[in-house]
Design a protein around this ligand. Structure first.
Ligand SMILES: Nc1ncnc2c1ncn2[C@@H]1O[C@H](COP(=O)(O)OP(=O)(O)OP(=O)(O)O)[C@@H](O)[C@H]1O
Ligand SMILES: [Mg+2]
Length: 276
């Protein structure tokens, strides 16, 4: 049965948060930590949406609430027209910040893991795993173990593990945080290719303003905790963009707008006072 407060979600909206807050209860029964919101956010079907915000502002909390990993304290989360409950709905794939590959499994078995858990037929597992290995440039390393790979390659294994599940919404929490600048640019281009080919909706959480400016259709800028969406910026890039747009004058303009929105919030987040 529909809740009487359920809003009508327009057809091009893929996922939506309405009036969402998250307060983590304190262990001693005290006031708890108000981490997020209230946030209203709509992800359009097929868009690439980046979230930036100062450290500790509630970005990971936003991802957890959107995906059903953590319940909202108030408000409503909807994915593909249905309320999100206490489990991650089919169709949502998550790539976590930390390397979540299993060191005791080969690259191939890491990638096939979720499909095997889901009881998918063996031939289909092989087909999807082969595709993901090729797509992420890992075919020559299918029999290697993650500790034998570079950081960028391990992160590709994690993305491939999500890709084989054929998610329609991919949530990535600072997936390139541990990589050097050049590898991050290359991974960003690979993520754009993945987004184009799968036509999935992507939400990317990142600390890096240039990454957000380069990759996204829209960028949500969050305040210091409790995280609110302060502004949403449309980049206007074409769908076939890549990291070479960093030399476009519009790129510099977007990056400096992001920093002017974020500067005071970042100072608040580290406990300082902002001077203009
Ligand atoms: N499970 C939890 N229990 C209690 N408090 C939590 C929990 N998870 C997060 N918090 C608190 O909520 C706030 C927001 O945390 P969150 O991890 O969402 O921030 P973030 O923006 O992802 O930070 P970072 O940029 O450092 O990754 C922080 O003050 C954090 O201490
Ligand atoms: Mg985080």
């Amino acid at each position: 049965m529909k809740s009487p407060h359920m809003r009508v979600v327009p057809a091009d909206v893929h996922a939506q948060l309405a009036g969402v807050t998250r307060v983590y209860p304190a262990a001693d029964g005290g006031p708890g930590v108000h981490a997020l919101g209230p946030v209203d956010l709509s992800l359009r079907r097929g868009e690439f949406y980046a979230v930036i915000g100062p450290s500790g502002c509630g970005k990971s909390t936003l991802l957890d609430v959107l995906s059903g990993l953590s319940p909202p304290t108030t408000g409503e989360v909807v994915f593909e027209g249905k309320p999100v409950g206490r489990t991650v709905p089919d169709g949502i794939g998550i790539v976590f910040q930390e390397d979540a590959s299993f060191p005791w499994l080969t690259v191939r078995d890491n990638i096939a893991f979720g499909l095997r858990q889901g009881g998918v037929d063996g031939a289909e597992i092989d087909r999807r795993t082969d595709y993901a290995l090729a797509f992420m440039g890992l075919r020559d390393f299918a029999r290697a173990y993650p500790p034998q790979l570079s950081g960028g390659m391990r992160q590709r294994v994690c993305i491939a593990r999500t890709l084989v599940m054929q998610p329609r919404l991919i949530l990535l929490d600072e997936p390139f945080g541990a990589l050097d600048a050049q590898t991050r640019l290359i991974m960003g281009d690979e993520l754009l290719r993945l987004w184009r080919e799968t036509k999935a909706t992507v939400m990317l959480i990142t600390h890096a303003l240039d990454e957000a400016a380069m990759l996204s259709d829209r960028i949500g800028v969050m305040s210091a905790r409790p995280g609110l969406i302060l502004a949403e910026i449309e980049t206007g890039w074409s769908r076939d963009r890549d990291s070479t747009i960093a030399s476009d004058p519009a790129f510099g303009a977007i990056t400096s707008r992001l920093w002017s929105l974020l500067r005071a919030e970042s100072i608040k987040a580290v406990g300082g006072s902002a001077r203009s």
